[in-house]
Design a protein around this ligand. Sequence first.
Ligand code: GLU
Length: 403
Amino acid sequence: MPVTLNRFLQAARPSATYEVMDRVAARRAEGASIISLSSGEPDFDTPPHVSEAGIAAIKAGHTRYTQVAGLQQLREAAAEKFQRENGLQVDWRNTLVSRGGKQVIFNALAATLNEGDQVIVPAPYWVSYPEIVQLCGGEPVIVPCTAHSNFKLTAEALEAVIGPRTRWLILNSPSNPSGAVYSREELEALGQVLLRHEHVMVLSDDIYEHLIFDDLEFFTLAQVTPLLAERVLTMNGVSKAYAMTGWRIGYATGPAWLIKAMEKLQGQQTSGPCTISQRAALAALTGPKDFIRLSRVIFQQRRDQVLKWLADAPGLRCEVPQGAFYVFACCAELLGKVTPKGTVLRSDEDVVNALLDEADVALVHGSAFGLGPYIRIAYALNDDSLHQACDAIVRFCCALRSA
Ligand code: GLU
């Protein structure tokens, strides 16, 4: 039988982050000792009081369905979080809890995109944004944001790219993969442009909100431009803030009509997220916040160490990221060089492949994030492993010869 796939799926690329993680798993199964700086997830354990809440939920028999949009208590806690931390006026009814931030994004786009609709995605972007747009029948419009603008979208670039078919803009601050953080003024400038284009919605992906360094303050678009609130979906989750990636809980707030549509979709898809995870997320959102403060300090120290170690790598250039847990390093000067095993490096993907095969270090190539030639280094690992990996990267760069 001829295999026919859905044309949107056929055109989409698999997740580049998961592809690397799968390759690492395959190499480890063969006995290789790989240090993986590829996966974007905190290496810490989930805080004990949160895990205990999950265990207590099982023991108490909270093992049945919840409402599609999530437990009312968790939605209230999410509304309270948006109010407390972001200054947003949120009614819990205008919140939705999903199976991770990814499902929030998928729900929002699937609920609203029709063929021909465009979604502006500033690059570098998280690998899944354009693919989800494409899977939902939309057209990603990629706006390159280079190191000259600190990898951020400027008001001028936004104004230039908005057209009649623009349906959404996706903003992500702190950014995966660049670690760039938008200031209040930068968001306000984008907000001014958006106020002039009433047909454009904004998805503000704030998942790295708490991983922000150098005493910077976090701002989100709906907070700094309240007049836009009716057009912004503000999303967050417990994965990065509370080391809960595997629990799969994301949540969002936005206009009532959009939340309703997303709920309808979710009700025909996964139903409400895992009940046990929701109970744990409730403990995270309503419990002590010292874990967040501590992980911010640790990640900032790691960032500084990694930048210091990588300064010895000839041919790599790193900007100082102000948030998340990634260094996005330019590897342009490595291209054209040859590895000790004779591989010619023609692209950032070649660099990443050679680092995995010849230096046992796993990274993700920048072009998967829409901006090459770069490499993304996730420093969500203990200091010893980070030091070893950075040493291996330095040795790799030193050993390259000209073609
Ligand atoms: N956000 C993480 C990353 O960029 C997790 C993997 C994913 O879903 O892409 O590595």
